[in-house]
Design a protein around this ligand. Structure first.
Ligand code: OAD
Length: 243
């Protein structure tokens, strides 16, 4: 059991607004690979080949093969104790905004509400012709590619490198960062912008910054508390502070 600093617990109890940013590390204990950690996707594959608009133009079958594989992984695993603790924290806290870079929808599956998805999600796809965005069940697959009922090719409903983040989600996330008393950065390498900008925005606006990660990141020197360890082991204990 992690031993929490009394000052941090007091701050949590008194906080009226909490903002939380999560990254692939929150789902690591579920069995999903991260991007940059050991066994991470970008250790074995090049993002330019799988996660850019150019890659999709060049070889949509290859890109879809990867996303279908990741969808299958998400279906084969489950949210973990970290996801459950965050959903519970949200129920107990006065006002808690959950912002995620994850595309697995595990936060929602664990019961979190109003999750801001900065990088889209794996579950849905979007038609390049009519723009409709719906779940995979509506895809019509032909020769390794999914089509829309209108006949258009569908693409994964995720944000690729070189693309803008969904504007409304980003604005909501910025607002939550600026207005919170305490900001958590959990399971993210804090390297990919604009998501990585959020804790700095929160800090500049006077919030306390708490980082949960087994490894140090570029954010660590700026964090008021660095809780070193796994989210699924640390978060269940932290929930008690919100009772
Ligand atoms: P990364 O793979 O870059 O970082 C994962 C972080 O989680 C690392 O800092 C790990 O140390 C940490 N970690 C690993 N296991 C953990 C655990 N059990 N508990 C807590 N932390 C743990 O993933 P992201 O930061 O999410 O973008 O990457 C950001 C973006 O880059 C992703 O959303 C994706 C990727 O390319 C897009 O797809 C647009």
């Amino acid at each position: 059991m992690h031993n929490f600093d009394a000052k941090l617990l007091a701050l949590l109890r008194g906080a009226s607004r909490v903002a939380i940013l999560t990254g692939a590390g929150i789902s690591a204990e579920s069995g999903l690979p991260t991007f940059r950690g050991p066994g991470g996707w970008w250790r074995n594959y090049r993002a330019e080949d799988l996660a850019t608009p150019e890659a999709f133009e060049r070889d949509p079958q290859l890109v879809w093969e990867w996303y279908r594989h990741r969808r299958a992984q998400v279906q084969q695993h489950l949210p973990n104790a970290g996801h459950t603790a965050l959903a519970e924290m949200q129920r107990r806290a006065g006002h808690l905004t959950l912002i995620t870079q994850c595309v697995d929808r595990y936060h929602q599956q664990a019961g979190a509400r109003g999750v801001i998805e900065l990088h889209g999600n794996l579950i849905e796809s979007r038609c390049l012709q009519c723009g409709a965005q719906t779940e995979g069940a509506t895809e019509i697959w032909r020769e390794g590619l999914p089509y829309c009922a209108c006949g258009g090719l569908r693409r994964p409903a995720v944000v690729w490198f070189g693309e803008s983040l969904p504007g409304a989600a980003l604005q909501q996330a910025f607002r939550a960062a600026e207005e919170c008393d305490i900001f958590f950065s959990i399971g993210t390498s804090a390297l990919v912008y604009p998501a990585a900008h959020l804790p700095h925005l929160a800090r500049d606006a006077g919030a306390a910054i708490v980082e949960i990660n087994p490894e140090k990141t570029p954010l660590t020197p700026q964090a008021h508390w660095f809780l070193q360890g796994r989210a699924g082991e640390i978060l269940p204990g932290l929930v008690q502070a919100f009772s």
